[in-house]
Unconditional design. Sequence first.
Length: 404
Amino acid sequence: MEFFRNPNIDFLGKKWYFLAFSLVFSVAGVFSMLFWHGIPYGVDFRGGTLVYVKFAQPPDSNAIRAAMDRAGLHNARIQRYNESEPGSNEVLIDVSEQETSEQALDRSKTQIINALESNAPADKVDLNNTGFLTVKNYLMQKDPLHLGTDAEQRYTAQAQAIVNYRDKVKDGVLHSLDELKAAADPAVVASLPDGFFLSNFGVRNVEIVGPQVGAQLRKQALLATAYSLAGMLVYLAFRFEWIYGVAAVVTVFHDTLITVGAFSLLNKEISLTVIAAILTLIGYSNNDTIVVFDRIRENLKLMRREKLSDIVNRSINQTLSRTILTAGLTFLTVLALYLFGGEVLKGFSLALVIGILIGTYSSIAIAAPILVAYQDWRSGRGRPPVMVPVGKEASRREKVKAKA
């Protein structure tokens, strides 16, 4: 299947436009990382506490931030998520914690809940943010059903029914204690106001990462990226010529820089899933580049008398349909993942969306021109080409490859 039939686009003739495009986005990303937003590490890399909160009504981010400031959490990040889902009313509160003890990290969660419950009754417990054991112990002590000493099994079932109804039916947030009449005994429900009140929110999930763990994960992420680039350089130098490996590594570095720069410009956090996406893109971009390089190598043998720039242009045009079809289908898949995959996959899918566009572009506009530029540089210095096998050495190499 062909997307284009016999295209003849002068890609190398437009190399300066490509260079200008890459420079603009690369420099903008570098300036953002150095002077504006920095590298927006997620909680995986910097350590801290993430608290996912669902509200009964649409939340006011300014009011939440003011409550955090009053509680002394001045650097808290407030972010709405799942906004595409009607009635979600969900907020992510991100607090950086520089202390390493587990108690310090747990304290951040408690501070967030206390800040949001600033007007809570002092002698009552928030039923939207309490666990099964608290409810069970309260019922055991209150004994609203007058069960006496044989109450534990019955109140265990009642407490579990209350918590399950809150979390599974009401999605973590009760609007009224009367709603529990559908799940628990009326006498049990009638006793709850003596010991519980309802806030307008419920904590859905808490993620806690210590700063030392975050620093270790940062180091491992950088090493994983560096090792993948080094392995790629060695493979391509062995499979083709060393200049092919250098061109591929420069291209992938270009893709990674623009992708990370885009996250900085958009102020989107870089988490472990984003690093996974970047490593995926390194392989994807490298695959596209190798397809073009392989066609260049084949055409070098068939078109020995032509200029290298003409051979490279012909090779890119011959693989253009394959590149667009493969990249296009992959792009549509990750775009659907970004639009419909939910908040958890936003960072991962955004990195893939940006990376596939840039990776496909760079395979055509960056990698191949590097080969031509290097060959032109060697010719200008009176040196023989390194990419075109010549004479007996070429025949010997081709025979060895044929036997292999």
